[in-house]
Design a protein around this ligand. Structure first.
Ligand code: MIG
Length: 653
C-alpha cells in the first residue's frame, strides 16, 4: 500500500509517475518538528535501514549521517556524507514494522540515521517542502517492487552494454584506440566497447570531435564496428563559451543557458575554460540539448556517458573575482594561523562552492527557481534530455546511456557509474555495498570503475575487482590521467585475466536474463541476503555477500593478500569455484559459516537449492554469444525450471 503525504509546497521533480491522493495528517510513526524542519522516526534496536542508493558506507546505513547533495569529489571515504547523487529512498526493516519511504525533494536534506542518537532516524530539510511516499507491503521485496512501480520502468540498455568496456582518461587519438583493440583481440580477451574521454573533443567542446586526432570520425566508428567494438564518447555538462561554436551560439540566441538574478548567463568554468550550463530543467532547452546528441548518433555512435553533471564547477567568474579581490588584502601581510587558513581556504574553496549554486536560476515549469533548491536534479535532467532525444532520434534501437550524477527518476533514462573511486581494496567493498541501494532506487544498469579510477592499480587488486565486476551490468575498466595504466593485458598473468573476462561472457546469458526480468518486473538484480532469508538474523548482518538474480549468491574476496574468505550460507548451496567457463569445480556445501579458499584467479558462485545457473561459452563480443551453447547447472532441481529470458538485445521494449 502506498500513501502520499505533503509538507509545504514541494517542487514536482517527476520522480514519481503516478498520481496519488494526498493524505491529511502526519506520516504514521514520524514526528514532525516545524522549527527544525525535520521528521523523526524511533528505530527499534535491531532495525536495519537500507537505501540511499549511491553513497558511502555499508548496506545497512545505520550509524552515520548522510546528505542529499550531489557533489563532484573524488575522495570516496567513510567521512563523506554524499557522493554524486541523491537517492532519497529508505527501506526500514524491523521485526515490528518494515516500510519504504521516499522523500521527494530536489534540494538539500540530511539523513541522520542513528548518528546523533543510535535509536533515532531524523530527516532534516533545508526547505521544508516535500512529497513523501510511504510504502508498506508484506516483504522487503514487495516494498521495493511497489516503490519501483510508482517511479516507472528502469532504463534498458542494449545487450552489447553487458560486454567488457575499456576506458582511460584519455585515449588521445585513433591509433591509441586501435592499439587497445589490437591488444584485446591479440590476447584473446573479449571486448565490446572502448570509451572516449574528454580529449576526443575539439577543445572540450561538447558534440565536436578533434579533427586532428580523429580525422574521419564516422569512418573510424565504422572501422571499430567492423571489429565488433562500440565507441562510447563522454558528454560534459558545460558548453564552452566561444564565438562561432554552434552549440554556444544557438544556446545563447535562444536563451537556453542558466542565468543569474540579473538575467545574464552564468559564466562558470570547467574543462574548456569558461562555459554556460544548459538549462536542462526547462523543457524547451532540454529538448534542444538532447537534439545535440544527433551529430554523434549520425556518426554511428550508439552509446554515451554523461559527466560533470552535478554540475561540477571549477569556479564561477563572479566568485573568482571576489576571491582575487580578497587575496589582495592578504598580500604582504604576516599570515597568522587564522588568516593563513582563511587565505588558503579562499583558493581551495573556488570549486563546487555552495555559494555558486545560489548564483543562478532555472526556468522550471514556467517558474524561476534558484539552483540550490533543485540542485540534485541537474544530472537527472541532463540525462533525461539525452534519453528523451534518443526516443525521438532512435525510436527503434536502444542507446547506451549512463550518468555520473542522478536523482530518482533518472533511472528511466539511463544507468549510472559510481564516479571517481580509487584503486583501493576498500573500494571493491564499497562497490558491492552500493549495488543493492542503487537497484532499490531503480538504477539497474550500473557499475564502478573496475580497478579504480584514482591512484595506482596493482595486478591482484584489478583481478579481485574484476571478480566482482564480472557480475555488474556495466563492466568497465577506467582510470585517471597520471595513474598507472591498468588495461587487463598490461599485467603479467594475462591468462587469468583472459579466462575471467571469458567467464563474464559465459555469464551474460544469465545476467542479461536476470537484469531484464528485474527491469520488466520492477525487481532487483542485486539483493542483500535478508531479502530472501527474512527470518535469518545472521543473514541480515552479512555486508559482503549479495544475491545476484534468483539463482546465485556471490562472495567476492576484497582484501589484499587473502587466499580465501569467510562465507555465510543461509541454506545448503552448490559452490562453483570458477576460473573460466570451462575450468570449474563444483562442491555441495551445508548451511552455516565456512572459510572458503579462493585463489587469486578464482570466482566463487553459490547456487541456491531449487535453482539453476545457465552458463554459456566465451565469445569475442556479445553479438557472437551462441545461445545454443548453454549448459544448465542445477542444484537440487530439474535444469529446465529456469526460465531464460532473451531478446535481440537492441530493439526498444
Ligand atoms: O574532473 O573526463 O568521473 O570518469 O575520466 C574529471 C575526465 C572529469 C570525471 C569522471 C571521470 C573522467 C574525468 N572526469
Amino acid at each position: 500500500m502506498i500513501r502520499k503525504f505533503v509538507i509545504g509546497s514541494p517542487i514536482d521533480t517527476e520522480a514519481v509517475i503516478r498520481e496519488f491522493p494526498v493524505e491529511a495528517g502526519e506520516v504514521p510513526g514520524w514526528e514532525r518538528n516545524e522549527a527544525e524542519k525535520s521528521l523523526s522516526y524511533s528505530m527499534a534496536p535491531d532495525d536495519i535501514v537500507y537505501g540511499l542508493g549511491e553513497t558511502v558506507r555499508g548496506m545497512n546505513k545505520r550509524g552515520w549521517i548522510y546528505e542529499a547533495d550531489a557533489q563532484d569529489d573524488p575522495n570516496h571515504t567513510e567521512g563523506r556524507h554524499s557522493l554524486y547523487a541523491a537517492h532519497n529512498f529508505l527501506l526500514i526493516y524491523g521485526k515490528a514494522r518494515s516500510f519504504g519511504i521516499f522523500f521527494d525533494n530536489p534540494g538539500m536534506m540530511t539523513f541522520d540515521i542513528g548518528y546523533t542518537d543510535h535509536d533515532i532516524l531524523k530527516v532534516t530539510f533545508r526547505d521544508f517542502d516535500a512529497a513523501i511516499y510511504l510504502i508498506e507491503a508484506a516483504s522487503l521485496k514487495e516494498i521495493v517492487h511497489e516503490f519501483r512501480g510508482i517511479i516507472g520502468r528502469s532504463y534498458i540498455p542494449p545487450k552489447w552494454a553487458f560486454g567488457v568496456g575499456q576506458s582511460r582518461w584519455s585515449y588521445m587519438d585513433e591509433d591509441e584506440v586501435r592499439e587497445v583493440v589490437r591488444n584485446y583481440r591479440g590476447n584473446g580477451m573479449p571486448l565490446d566497447a572502448v570509451y572516449l574521454d574528454i580529449d576526443y573533443m575539439d577543445a572540450y567542446k561538447d558534440f565536436t570531435v578533434n579533427e586532428k586526432t580523429f580525422p574521419d570520425f564516422s569512418a573510424f566508428v565504422q572501422e571499430m564496428k567492423e571489429q565488433g567494438i562500440h565507441l562510447v564518447p563522454i558528454i560534459d555538462a558545460g558548453v564552452k563559451i566561444e564565438k562561432g561554436y554552434r552549440v554556444y551560439e544557438e544556446g545563447t540566441a535562444r536563451g537556453y543557458f542558466v542565468r543569474k538574478a540579473d538575467g545574464q548567463n552564468l559564466v562558470a568554468a570547467v574543462w574548456p575554460g569558461k562555459v554556460h550550463f544548459p538549462d536542462v530543467l526547462n523543457e524547451e532547452a532540454r529538448k534542444w540539448f538532447g537534439d545535440q546528441y544527433k551529430v554523434l548518433l549520425d556518426a554511428g555512435i550508439d552509446g554515451f556517458w554523461n559527466d560533470m553533471n552535478e554540475p561540477a564547477v571549477f569556479y564561477t567568474e563572479d566568485h573568482l573575482k571576489e576571491v582575487f579581490e580578497k587575496i589582495r588584502e592578504y598580500e604582504g601581510k604576516n599570515l597568522d594561523i587564522r588568516s593563513f587558513f582563511e587565505f588558503r581556504g579562499l583558493v581551495a574553496g573556488i570549486s563546487n562552492n555552495p555559494e555558486d549554486y545560489r548564483r543562478f536560476y532555472h526556468d522550471y515549469k514556467g517558474e524561476k527557481i534558484r539552483h540550490d533548491k533543485v540542485h540534485n536534479l541537474f544530472g537527472d535532467y541532463m540525462t533525461r534530455a539525452a534519453g528523451e532525444a534518443f526516443e525521438r532520434l532512435s525510436p527503434d534501437k536502444r542507446i547506451l546511456m549512463f550518468s555520473r550524477s542522478s536523482y530518482i527518476g533518472m533511472h528511466r533514462y539511463g544507468g549510472v557509474w559510481t564516479g571517481d573511486n580509487s584503486s583501493w581494496w576498500s573500494h571493491i567493498l564499497l562497490n558491492l555495498h552500493q549495488l543493492p541501494g542503487l537497484n532499490m532506487a531503480g538504477f539497474l544498469y550500473s557499475g564502478a570503475d573496475t580497478g579504480g579510477f584514482g591512484s595506482d592499480a596493482t595486478e591482484d587488486l584489478l583481478m579481485r575487482w574484476l571478480e566482482l565486476s564480472i557480475f555488474t551490468p556495466l563492466l568497465r575498466n577506467h582510470s585517471a590521467m597520471g595513474t598507472r595504466r591498468q588495461e587487463f593485458y598490461r599485467f603479467k598473468d594475462k591468462n587469468s585475466f583472459r579466462n575471467l573476462l571469458r567467464l563474464r561472457y559465459a555469464l551474460i546469458p544469465y545476467l542479461y536474463s536476470e537484469f531484464m526480468k528485474a527491469a520488466l518486473n520492477d525487481g532487483m538484480l542485486f539483493e542483500p541476503l535478508s531479502f530472501e532469508y527474512p527470518s535469518d538474523a545472521r543473514a541480515a548482518e552479512v555486508e559482503d555477500q549479495l544475491l545476484v538474480g534468483e539463482s546465485i549468491m556471490i562472495a567476492p574476496v576484497y582484501t589484499q593478500n587473502a587466499g580465501g574468505r569467510y562465507v555465510y550460507l543461509p541454506e545448503d548451496m552448490k559452490l562453483l569455484r570458477m576460473r573460466s567457463p570451462k575450468d570449474l569445480d563444483a562442491e555441495e556445501m551445508v548451511a552455516g559459516d565456512h572459510y572458503v579458499p579462493c585463489a587469486l584467479n578464482e570466482v566463487l558462485v553459490f547456487i541456491r537449492p531449487g535453482h539453476v545457473l545457465p552458463l554459456g561459452e566465451d565469445a569475442e563480443n556479445v553479438e557472437k554469444i551462441d545461445d545454443a551453447k548453454i549448459t544448465r547447472i542445477p542444484f537440487r532441481t530439474d535444469p529446465d525450471v529456469y526460465e531464460l529470458y532473451d531478446d535481440d538485445g537492441v530493439t526498444r521494449l
